[in-house]
Design a protein. Structure first.
Length: 141
């Protein structure tokens, strides 16, 4: 599935489309650098999964949870450099919890990512343009 967006609102709308296809236990591994729109996309996921909460970057907390019909756990692995760090985020407990997991800087925990998982790649274009590519399951073909 590929979306071309030109504003944060369009990125959230794309995420709501993806959210409608998600199932409890799915893990989304983001690709895309600082300011690409990973947190913005996650805000749309939370909306789509039925949360009305304000979504902010879990930079310092490492994980934020949003409760709705399907809970969403939003991780920021930017500062996670070791397996010990990863354990301390509670990541492995959340994996079993039936929530949807959305993981920023998933590159940092590559070896610990469960298979299969869904990849959301956000590439920055001119100005506010973003190309969002969702892969990893036939639901997104
Ligand atoms: P990340 O979590 O990947 O670092 P954020 O979602 O926190 O990125 O920030 C993305 C920034 O880019 C925000 O300031 C947002 O307003 C801006 N932006 C501009 N155009 C877009 C777009 N099409 N989609 C998402 N964010 C956009
Ligand atoms: Mg972010």
């Amino acid at each position: 599935m590929i979306f071309s967006t030109a504003s944060p609102e369009e990125t959230k709308a794309a995420a709501r489309t993806v959210a409608a296809l998600l199932r409890p236990g799915d893990l989304i591994a983001y690709r895309g650098g600082m300011g690409a729109g990973k947190t913005t996309f996650t805000a749309g996921l939370a909306q789509g999964l039925g949360s009305t909460a304000w979504v902010s970057s879990p930079t310092f907390a490492l994980v934020h949870q949003y409760d709705g019909p399907t809970p969403l756990c939003h991780f920021d692995m930017f500062r996670v450099a070791s397996l010990e760090d990863l354990y301390s985020t509670g990541f492995f407990d959340y994996l079993e919890g039936g929530a949807v997991l959305a993981v920023e800087w998933s590159e940092n925990i590559e070896a610990a990512l469960p298979e299969p998982h869904i990849t959301v790649d956000i590439a920055m274009g001119e100005g506010d343009r973003r190309t969002i590519t969702v892969t990893g399951d036939e639901r997104f073909l």
